[in-house]
Structure formats: C-alpha cells, structure tokens
Write a protein that binds this ligand. Structure first.
Ligand SMILES: [Zn+2]
Ligand SMILES: [Zn+2]
Length: 232
C-alpha cells in the first residue's frame, strides 16, 4: 500500500484496515502504531521510500495494546532499536505481564457482525516487546516539536490519543472511535461509558486535523463534525 501525505511531514500507511503513521522530524522518523504482526517489512519499505534508513526510526509510539496496533512493535524495535512509548496499563500487556482483555462489541448489529468477522478470529495476544517509556495524561513527548499525550481509556484501559502540536494541531485518536463508514464508535470497548467520556474529552481538543486507527483522516469541516458528535 502506498504512503500518503496527510499533514505537513506526516504520512499514513494503510495496512489492510488499520493505519500506521510516520512523522518526519528532520532526519528522524516517529512511527505511530505498528499494525498487525508481520507489518515491519511494509513499514520499513515505506520509510525507505522517504529516503530514510531503518535506524532513522528513533521513536515508536503506541496508542494501545491491541494486535492490530502493537502487533509489530517487537519486530520493529528489533530492526531499529527505536525508543518505545505507551501508557503503563497497556504497556504491561505488551510486555507480557498482564493478559489482554477480550473487549466487548459496541452497541448495534453491525458491531456484533464485525466483532465476529474481524476481532474474534485474532487472538488477544501480541509478541512481547520492551516498552521503554511509560506515558501519562498530559505528558509532552520530545517528538516533532512536542507530541502531547491525552489519556483516553475505554476502548482499552491504557489507551492514549496524541496531539502533534505544530501546524495548528494533528490529533491521533487511535481507536477511541473510528471513521471507516463515517464517524462511529470503534467495534469494541473494554468500558463503553469510559470510552464516551474520553470522546467528550477529545471533542474539546483544539486541532486542525484528526486521524484514526481505522478510516480516513478529517480536516476543515470534518473537525467540526467530530467535535459536535462526541461533545458531552
Ligand atoms: Zn483497538
Ligand atoms: Zn484497531
């Protein structure tokens, strides 16, 4: 799948139904989420297409522990020696210290169907990886001029969104919600009520664009629709 620019110095790499993001910061690259297991090759190929080497990936930031986001962090860290960042709760899952919770489908028949087709066949497991840095709500990571963490539990209990603070803001919402067939809940949540509160928190964030773990990025009027849909 081709790499597509979505924001100044930010590219999306769609791998099947899940998005991986690359942020260019001078010579360095930050990867946000790593796709399913065995995604390290397409990610490294995409990095090469930007004229960069694997070792130019200096940071890997994970929104949460699920197999479609953290599936290749172990292999990608091995190939790059990048620093890895995550919330403590989900980091413990990726480290192999806590079992992954089997999330429940969000309301609606479509979510029930997608749960059986997409979620259930994939085991609640990722290859164990070293997570170097535990990230808390409000932390600003020293990446690309400042990448601010926003704790957004619900989809998983250690879920983080991130705000790239330059150029008017680019908000990475991970799986707090999705934009596959329009803005909607993600297919599953560990705690939907928490997920709703997290979405209301994200609706307050000033940003010029929003990107999702699943689905197309939004900008302009789309940001207004996002804020209206999820406000408390
Ligand atoms: Zn997820
Ligand atoms: Zn996902």
């Amino acid at each position: 799948m081709p790499l597509k620019p979505i924001f100044p110095h930010v590219h999306v790499l769609p791998l099947g139904a899940v998005n991986v993001f690359l942020i260019e910061d001078g010579d360095q690259i930050t990867v946000i989420d790593t796709g399913y297991k065995d995604s390290e090759k397409p990610i490294l190929t995409a990095v090469q297409s930007l004229g960069k080497q694997p070792t130019d990936i200096t940071n890997i930031v994970l929104t949460h522990c699920h197999p479609d986001h953290a599936g290749s962090v172990a292999a990608l860290k091995d190939a790059t020696n990048a620093r890895t960042w995550m919330h403590r709760i989900d980091a413990e899952v990726v480290r192999g210290n806590t079992p992954m919770v089997r999330s429940q489908p969000a309301p609606g028949l479509l979510n029930q169907i997608l749960y059986r087709l997409v979620i259930k066949p994939v085991g609640p497991y990722v290859p164990a990886a070293v997570i170097d840095c535990e990230v808390n709500d409000g932390d600003v990571l020293p990446i690309a001029g400042g990448l601010k963490a926003i704790y957004t539990p619900g989809h998983s209990m250690g879920h983080l969104a991130f705000l790239l603070q330059r150029d008017g803001g680019l908000l990475f919402v991970g799986d707090a919600c999705s934009n596959m067939l329009g803005l909607a809940y993600s297919i599953v949540y560990d705690d939907l009520a928490e997920g709703r509160r997290s979405l209301a928190k994200l609706a307050q964030v000033e940003t010029s664009a929003i990107c999702f773990g699943h689905g197309k990025a939004l900008s302009g009027a789309g940001v207004g629709r996002f804020r209206q849909k999820w406000q408390a």
